[in-house]
Design a protein around this ligand. Structure first.
Ligand code: MN
Length: 269
């Protein structure tokens, strides 16, 4: 198996070293990652400036490692176009420092890099560790990466249309309760921006904010993680609200009113 590994914390982050090393037990590994941290880059692409891709030495054995002057999505696209003779069998992203649950998947560069695989019919898995600690220990997360991959491969669950979003609790190994297969939970971010002043007296802002969990279901990603489980959420890029499409095709004709077609509704905005 040929595995492409990327992340959004940058090629020097300890999480990608742990992930590439774990991936090495399942196949040959190519690393392509941003040359600096690009967390919360989502799917952004570099289109107005040149991209540089430099072959670099990597701390653990891999076939190739590339440092890219772009975003996580740039890395995956560029590696598949220029760094590899044929598409990989699997794309892995992470291990991110910080969980990616609920709507985080829309902002996350870690999840975006993995999604690039699914966009191209390549199975993908994104891994995140639930900690913001800059000295985080990825050794135990790495063991869960191996267990997760073994489980997904043995159960024949890897699918070219599905991204597995995996979140690992930052707990001592004995406290982790095992896997829980989950759905995306519902949270709301109450964003706040801290206003500070630079030495010239000009104001600048720093995003803070708190998360409010709106979901009580233990089988959603954020609650599983909170309860000490490794959360595995299968997700896909299809976002169409099918029930609304269905409702459009079944709009009941009210008394005295002519039934409108979905097209006329759309036109009326
Ligand atoms: Mn990150």
């Amino acid at each position: 198996m040929r595995i492409l590994v990327s992340n959004d914390d940058g090629i020097s982050a300890p999480g990608i070293v742990a992930l590439a090393s774990a991936a090495g037990e399942f196949g040959s590994v190519i690393v392509a990652a941003p040359n600096r941290e690009r967390s919360a880059a989502s799917h952004s692409l570099t289109i107005g400036t040149p991209l540089r891709m430099n072959k670099v030495r990597f701390p653990v054995p891999v076939s190739e490692a590339y440092s890219v002057s772009g975003t996580p999505s740039d890395c995956v696209k560029l590696a598949m176009s220029q760094g590899m003779d044929s598409p990989p069998d699997l794309i892995l992203s992470g291990i991110n420092r910080g969980a990616n649950v609920s709507v985080d998947i829309f902002y996350s560069g870690t999840v975006a890099a993995a999604f690039e695989g699914v966009f191209d019919d390549i199975p993908a898995v994104a891994f995140s560790l639930d900690t913001w600690d800059s000295g985080a220990d990825f050794a135990h997360a790495q063991r869960w990466v191996k267990k997760t991959l073994a489980r997904l491969i043995d159960s024949n669950l890897l699918d070219k249309r599905i991204l597995f979003n995996v979140n690992i609790p930052d707990l001592s190994p004995r406290k982790v309760k095992g896997f829980r297969f989950t759905r995306m939970g519902r949270v709301r971010y109450r964003d706040s921006y801290e206003r500070r002043h630079d030495p010239g007296g000009h104001p600048y802002f720093w995003l803070k904010g708190a998360v409010e969990i709106l979901d009580e279901d233990p089988d959603c990603d954020i609650n599983a993680l909170k309860d000490g489980y490794v959360s595995v959420t299968p997700i896909r890029p299809e976002l169409t609200a099918f029930e609304v499409l269905d409702a459009f095709s079944e709009v009941p004709a009210k008394a005295g009113r002519k039934k409108r077609s979905p097209v006329s509704r759309c036109r009326k905005g």
